[in-house]
Ligand binder design. Structure first.
Ligand code: SAH
Length: 261
């Protein structure tokens, strides 16, 4: 039997947002290496598995990446069914790409399982459509945190006309605001800051580009949180459509049935 590791996304927190494939991988797992943004409630799907926490939140206790690699390799080579469980999606700011490459280079088969990434989940939980006809024709996912200190092209982000979803931004609000303002984004651009998206203790703070740092501080915004920056983050964005079209929609006779053209 060849060695195999499943790199699985656990979604943003709400256990009901787990995919069926993730549930199947968990139910077959002998060993689960789990990140600390994963909600423990999902572990009900792997009652017999050995659970190894390998989380590493910025500034807190951390498990070296090389150690995680070797742990996965060791269990896989012993014929164990290994699940590497990550918050959100394994390949969105989750090192899924790196881990998959390293494992494959060491002869291990890898299967990636999508999870719902926090940025998408957080927006949807707050009724924010990240794309909206006539308002936002795209969405850009970025992280405010880099290990190598490299900088984003803020001007392109400020002027790109897409909704920005920023991960790991809580400690960088001042820089984000300054860079986007300098890049030409409107000072009153709506911002939504969503903490613990999809969990029972989710909180959301609505603001705008100029006020977001002050509002976040008054709100005591804490990590994990995502920022959604763009016109769609205004509560009124959904009602920008054509009123007469909305009236026409509402006049549909619900008893008439649906006729195929
Ligand atoms: N792979 C993960 C992202 C890991 S990076 C995913 O796809 O979601 C960690 C960052 O994700 C956090 O700093 C925060 O910005 C965001 N995040 C993760 N879970 C979150 C949650 N439940 N609510 C809000 N933001 C979250």
């Amino acid at each position: 039997m060849s060695a195999k590791v499943w790199l699985v996304g656990a979604g943003p927190g709400d256990p009901e947002l787990l995919t069926l494939k993730a549930v199947r991988a968990l139910s077959e797992a002998d060993v689960v290496l789990i990140d600390d943004l994963v909600n423990d409630a999902v572990l009900e799907h792997c009652p017999g598995a050995r659970i190894i926490p390998v989380g590493k939140r910025g500034g807190c206790r951390s498990t070296p990446q090389a150690f995680i690699h070797r742990l996965m390799l060791r269990y896989a080579r012993h014929g164990k069914c290994v699940v590497r469980l990550k918050g959100g999606d394994p390949c969105i700011f989750g090192r899924g790409g790196e881990e998959a490459q390293w494992l494959r280079e060491h002869g291990v088969e890898v299967e990636l399982v999508n999870g719902i990434t926090a940025g998408l989940a957080g927006a949807t939980q707050c009724d924010i459509p990240l794309t909206l006809r006539g308002v936002a024709r795209g969405v850009t996912l970025v992280t405010a945190h880099t290990q190598d200190g490299s900088s984003l092209n803020w001007q392109a982000l400020a002027q790109g006309g897409t909704t920005l979803v920023i991960y790991m931004g809580v400690a960088k609000l001042s820089e984000i605001r300054e860079q986007l303002l300098a890049g030409g984004m409107a000072a009153d651009m709506p911002v939504a800051m969503i903490e613990n998206a999809s969990l029972a203790h989710q909180r959301e703070c609505r603001s705008n580009l100029t006020a977001m740092e002050q509002d976040a501080s008054a709100f005591e915004l804490k990590s994990p949180a995502i920022l959604v920056i763009g016109a769609v983050a205004a509560r009124s964005a959904l009602y920008c459509g054509n009123e007469s079209a909305r009236e026409a929609d509402l006049s549909v006779d619900i008893n008439a049935g649906y006729q195929r053209a």
